[in-house]
Write a protein that binds this ligand. Structure first.
Ligand code: 6PG
Length: 251
């Protein structure tokens, strides 16, 4: 699996979606072991969307499910759509179906963003939960999985939205006109304090945006994913991609 170190992270190109998903599961396992040995717990923020689903399924079964100390795992989300918990659009529902209903993470360690009511209240209470969990920083999650939208968004940080300018709040709310729903999202300040962030992008539909995010100059207002720079805090950034999504990157 060729990889290249760049100022904006290590790009790991895998043969296909299955190999990419397995690599994401292996990263989760590695980080879980390291974090638990280092500070007795493993905090992870899960991404929504379709790409991470296979990685979550792999983690729910052998050999991964027997190697993770699930009792030490604390699960958060990078963002959530403000829909009822059983709505098929819910990121928490997807993670429960693919992973959390199949592994023994203590219920008190699973922190969904409950925002079917007021998105602003949900954002503020999620932020206070995070600030007390991380004791105000400077470090945040041991691992964050992030997807990449074809418009360059990540989490619910969409191009041209005020959330991109957020320098203080760790969690904020946005209204998605296209979906006619509110969303709640982590912001760059807390994401960039993670120890490890891993984008996962698969398929030919992500080839153009991946090349633009990794090589084009336009700033984060056009490609919010460019906001993600954990190395400023000593964090590591990985781009877990496959041959199809990496097809436009120079070799
Ligand atoms: C969401 C995700 C979002 C997603 C990207 C990529 O709640 O929708 O957080 O940022 O990761 O849109 O989605 P796919 O993996 O489905 O392409």
């Amino acid at each position: 699996m060729p990889s290249r170190k760049r100022t904006d992270g290590v790009i790991c190109v895998h043969a296909d979606y299955e190999a990419l998903s397995r690599a994401a599961a292996e990263l989760f396992l590695r980080q879980a072991k390291e974090a638990t040995e280092d500070h007795g717990r493993f905090s992870v923020a899960l991404s929504g969307g379709s790409t991470p689903q296979r990685a979550y399924e792999l983690l729910a079964g052998p050999p991964f499910n027997t190697q993770v100390d699930w009792g030490r795992v604390h699960v958060f989300w990078s963002d959530e759509r403000c829909v009822p918990p059983n709505d098929p659009r819910s990121n928490a529902r997807m993670a429960r179906e693919k992973l959390l209903d199949h592994v023994p993470v203590p219920p008190g360690h699973v922190h969904p963003i409950a925002c079917a009511g007021s998105a602003e209240n949900a954002a503020r209470s999620y932020e206070s939960l995070l600030r007390s969990f991380f004791d105000g920083g400077p470090k945040s999650f041991d691992l964050v999985f992030l997807g990449l939208g074809t418009d360059g968004h990540t989490a619910s940080l969409f191009p041209g939205t005020p959330a991109l300018l957020e320098k203080d709040r760790w969690v904020t709310e946005i209204y998605s006109e296209k979906e006619a729903i509110h969303r709640v999202t982590l912001t760059a300040p807390i994401l960039n304090q993670a120890l490890v962030l891993a984008f996962i992008a698969s398929g030919a539909s992500k080839a153009v945006v991946l090349r633009e995010v990794l090589t084009q100059r336009p700033g984060p207002e056009r490609f919010p994913a460019r906001l993600i720079k954990p190395d400023c805090y000593g964090g590591k950034l990985y781009w877990l991609v496959d041959k199809n999504s990496a097809s436009l990157l120079e070799t």
